[in-house]
Design a protein around this ligand. Sequence first.
Ligand code: HEC
Length: 94
Amino acid sequence: MLAVTALLVLPLPLPASAQSVPDPERGRALYENHCQVCHTPRVHSRINKLPISRAELQEIVDRWQREEQLRWSAQDVADVVEFLGRTRYGYASQ
Ligand code: HEC
């Protein structure tokens, strides 16, 4: 069981079919509750605009939720990536 749990928190690039469509509103709630405490909106608007891909964003979000020991599911991570992608990084919906 422990091994299964450990697997779930790995930054897996999940096939889209394995989960439902990311919900940015749920992502917003998760983000506002757990992440915004130390973020100003500017944390997501890099001055030198380094390219950040969706995969990279997913990796950072996953790293943060593990750092904060939130035990988010892949769906939680996908929702927050969808929210940040749309509202902060200008990605179109998947
Ligand atoms: C303890 C304070 C803190 C918490 C809590 C926190 N962050 Fe951060 N975050 C930062 C700081 C500081 C930076 C900028 C420096 C860096 O990239 O390490 C950052 C950077 C980021 C970036 C990269 C921004 C960019 O475009 O370069 C993302 C994405 C991010 N955080 C997502 C999250 C998510 C998702 C959560 C909640 C699970 C979270 N963070 C929780 C402090 C925090």
